[in-house]
Design a protein around this ligand. Structure first.
Ligand code: PLP
Length: 469
C-alpha cells in the first residue's frame, strides 16, 4: 500500500487484467483498477503518489474456501477478478472469470428490438408464417440485394434445396461444390438426386478454386455452388466467367458471408440464386431460419410455390407439383428484422474483432495463414479463423485452449474423406482442402466478445504455441 502509483501501473501493465490488489503485510487492504488511476491522473495528479491515497477500500472479496458456484455467480460485467482471502484477511488467491467462464466460439446477441417484436407477434397472435414480419424481413434482403427476390425459409439447408429445385436441377445433373464446406451444401444437391462433384479449394481464399472447377466440368454439369467460407468471398470474377462460358447455374452459399462484399457488391448478388442461414451461430440469427435470393422473377414464383406445399395460389388445395413446407414463422422473422437492423453494427464489430486478433497474432510464426483481405473485398469474418503451421498439433492446441476457458473450433473436415461423400471426388488430390481442414482453427468471434476476452484468447494461444515448440 505504500508503493507508488507508478509501480501499480507497471503491475497493471504486466498482468493485463486491469486490476491489482493492494496489501499491507499481505493483508488485503484495497483494490486498484486502471480506471481509478486514469481518473486520478486526469485530476492533474502525479505518478509518485502513494497507492493508499487512490485505492478503493470498499472492495469485493470472497473467503478462500467459497465453493465454485458462489464464485461463479459473483462475477459480473464489473467484477471479473475476485480476491480470495483467509479468515485473517490475508490475500491467498484470486478467482478469474476466465477460469470459470468459458468464452464460446460464437453466441448470438439479442439486445436490440428482438423482444419487442416478438411480443408484438404474440399479442397480435400472428405467430405462424403469414404475419407481416416475414415480408418485412424479406424486403430487408431485397433492399440490400437490388434485383433479387427474397424468399424466407425455415433454414439454410432447405434454402439450398429449394434453390436447386427451383433452378430445375434433377436426377443425374452434376453440381460442382467445394470439398471444404459444411455438409449441408453437398446434402442439398443429393436431395435433388443430382450428383455433387467435389472441387479442390484455393490456398488463399480457402474457397472453391475456379481453375480446378473448370477441369471437373462435363456435359452433365448444370450448376456450381461457391461457398464463401467464414465470410471470405470466393474469386467471383473467375466463377462468374466460368458459369457464363459453360452455361452453369450459379448458386452462392452465403450462409457464412452475410455482410461480406466483393468489389463493392454484397455476397448473394453474383449469380442466379443465393442462400443464407440464420442458425444460432451465424452472424444474424433467428434460432433456425434461412433466406433464398432468386434473380429471375418466374423462378422466384416457382420457389414461393414450392415453399408452400406446391399449392396453386389461385385454387386452394390444388397441387400441380410436389412441394414442401419450408416456411419461416413470423416469430423467427420478427427476430430476423431486429437482427438485420443491427447488421452494419455487427459487421463493424466482427471486423474490429478480426483486426484485434490480427494485431495480436501477426508476429506468431506458428501461424501459417491469416484470412486474406484486399481492397476488392470486405470480409465479414463470421468466425475468425487461421491456419497453423504444418508441424503444430492443432487438436492439442484446441484442448489446451479449452483448459483456460477458451472454446476454439476446428475447420470442417474435407467432404471427400467422409463415408457418404467419398465417391464424389474425381481425380485431384485436394491437398489444400486437407491441409486447411487439418490445421485450421477458429477463435471466439461473438459480436459481444470483450477486449479482455480477446486478449485472454491471444495470450493463451501465444503461451500454448510457445510451450508446444
Ligand atoms: C450453416 C451453413 C449451412 C446450413 O444452414 P442451416 O441453417 O444450419 O441449415 C449451409 N452452408 C453453410 C456453408 C453453412 O455454414
Amino acid at each position: 500500500s505504500n508503493s507508488s502509483i507508478r509501480e501499480a501501473l507497471l503491475k497493471l501493465n504486466d498482468n493485463g487484467y486491469g486490476v491489482c490488489f493492494v496489501t499491507s503485510q499481505r493483508v488485503l487492504v484495497g483494490v486498484l483498477t486502471d480506471g481509478d488511476i486514469r481518473r486520478y491522473l486526469l485530476n492533474n495528479n502525479n505518478l509518485d503518489c502513494e497507492i493508499s491515497k487512490v485505492m478503493n477500500r470498499d472492495f469485493f472479496s470472497l473467503p478462500v474456501e467459497s465453493d465454485e458456484k458462489t464464485i461463479r455467480r459473483s462475477f459480473s460485467s464489473e467484477i471479473k477478478i475476485i480476491p480470495l482471502c483467509d479468515k485473517q484477511g490475508l490475500l491467498v488467491d484470486y478467482a478469474d472469470s476466465f477460469k470459470n467462464h468459458r468464452i464460446p466460439v460464437i453466441e448470438p446477441e439479442f439486445n436490440g428490438q428482438e423482444l419487442n417484436y416478438l411480443e408484438d407477434c404474440i399479442k397480435s397472435t400472428w405467430i405462424s408464417s403469414q404475419g407481416a414480419y416475414v415480408r418485412r424481413f424479406e424486403m430487408m434482403f431485397e433492399d440490400m440485394h437490388p434485383g433479387m427476390h427474397a424468399i424466407a425459409v425455415s433454414n439454410g439447408t432447405v434454402a439450398l434445396h429449394l434453390a436447386l429445385k427451383s433452378l430445375g436441377l434433377s436426377d443425374g445433373d452434376e453440381v460442382i461444390v467445394p470439398d471444404l464446406t459444411f455438409a449441408a451444401t453437398v446434402n442439398a444437391v443429393l436431395y435433388c438426386n443430382a450428383v455433387p462433384v467435389l472441387c479442390e479449394v484455393d490456398p488463399e481464399t480457402w474457397c472453391i478454386d475456379a481453375k480446378e472447377a473448370e477441369m471437373l466440368i462435363s456435359e452433365r454439369t448444370k450448376a456450381i455452388i461457391p461457398v464463401h467460407l467464414y465470410g471470405q468471398l470466393c474469386d467471383m470474377d473467375a466463377i462468374m466467367d466460368l458459369s457464363k462460358r459453360y452455361n452453369l447455374k450459379l448458386l452462392e452459399d452465403c450462409a457464412e458471408s452475410i455482410g461480406s462484399k466483393w468489389k463493392g457488391k454484397p455476397s448473394g448478388m453474383f449469380g442466379d440464386a443465393a442462400t443464407f442461414s440464420f442458425f444460432g451461430n451465424k452472424t444474424i440469427s433467428t434460432g433456425e431460419g434461412g433466406m433464398l435470393l432468386i434473380r429471375d422473377h418466374n423462378i422466384a414464383k416457382q420457389a414461393i410455390l414450392l415453399r408452400d406445399h406446391g399449392m396453386n395460389p389461385n385454387k386452394r388445395y390444388w397441387h400441380d407439383v410436389v412441394g414442401f413446407n419450408y416456411r419461416l414463422t413470423n416469430l423467427q422473422a420478427a427476430i430476423g428484422v431486429a437482427q438485420m437492423e443491427r447488421l452494419d453494427e455487427f459487421i463493424a464489430k466482427k471486423r474490429k474483432i478480426a483486426s484485434i486478433y490480427k494485431e495480436n497474432l501477426k508476429h506468431i510464426d506458428c501461424i501459417e495463414k491469416f484470412p486474406t483481405e484486399n481492397i476488392d473485398n470486405i470480409h465479414s469474418h463470421w468466425l475468425y479463423t487461421v491456419i497453423l503451421r504444418q508441424d503444430i498439433d492443432r487438436d492439442r492446441v484446441i484442448d489446451l485452449l479449452m483448459e483456460v476457458g477458451v472454446e476454439a473450433r476446428p475447420v470442417f473436415y474435407s467432404m471427400h474423406i467422409m463415408p457418404p461423400y467419398k465417391s464424389f471426388k474425381k481425380s485431384a488430390k485436394h491437398t489444400n482442402s486437407l491441409f486447411i481442414s487439418k490445421q485450421g482453427i477458429s477463435f471466439p468471434s461473438s459480436v459481444g466478445i470483450s477486449l479482455n476476452e480477446i486478449k485472454h484468447v491471444c495470450d493463451s494461444l501465444i503461451r500454448i504455441l510457445g510451450d508446444l515448440k
